[in-house]
Design a protein around this ligand. Structure first.
Ligand code: HEM
Length: 123
């Protein structure tokens, strides 16, 4: 499936709902929740949302605010191993279920999230 098709079907509203559901889980999570900045959760949620809108829909907001994503570098301060990567994917799976992301899109996004998550491992 083409990435532009994912964006067309899910839309900005779909990505926004999905990331909000993900962050509702992040704040309660025992393993990776503590890594996220408590005083910047609204901004952090927006960063992930804007990144996905950029990645799938070429939306300019992420780059305007953050420049090049450099995700590996930006994740370097956090200790991310197999368990943390797996947990991230689980929480996003739950968020996609909750917000009823269509099954075909869930499969595509899961492939992408799995690849990126494992690429963030630094131990
Ligand atoms: C492997 C498990 C992961 C952990 C433990 C993790 C953790 C974090 C933490 C603690 C932050 C800082 C929050 C903030 O201030 O923005 C962050 C930022 C971010 N993460 Fe992750 N992350 C993981 C995987 C991913 C994946 C798979 C993606 C993309 C698909 C992603 C995309 C981002 C983005 C876009 C930001 C904001 C970068 C910026 O500063 O502009 N992360 N992540």
């Amino acid at each position: 499936m083409d990435e532009a098709v994912i964006y067309t079907i899910l839309g900005e509203a779909g990505f926004t709902k999905m990331v909000a559901a993900f962050y509702r889980r992040i704040v309660k999570d025992d393993l990776i929740g503590p890594m996220y900045p408590k005083d910047q959760l609204v901004e952090a949620e927006e960063r992930l949302r804007d990144f996905l809108l950029f990645r799938f829909g070429n939306d300019p907001r992420y780059q305007a605010k953050r420049g090049h994503p450099r995700l590996r570098m930006r994740h370097a301060p956090f200790a991310i191993g197999e368990a943390e990567a797996v947990r991230w994917i689980e929480l996003m799976d739950e968020a996609m279920d909750e917000t009823k992301v269509p099954a075909s899109i869930q499969m595509e996004l899961r492939t992408f999230f799995t690849m990126v998550s494992h690429n963030m491992k630094n131990q």
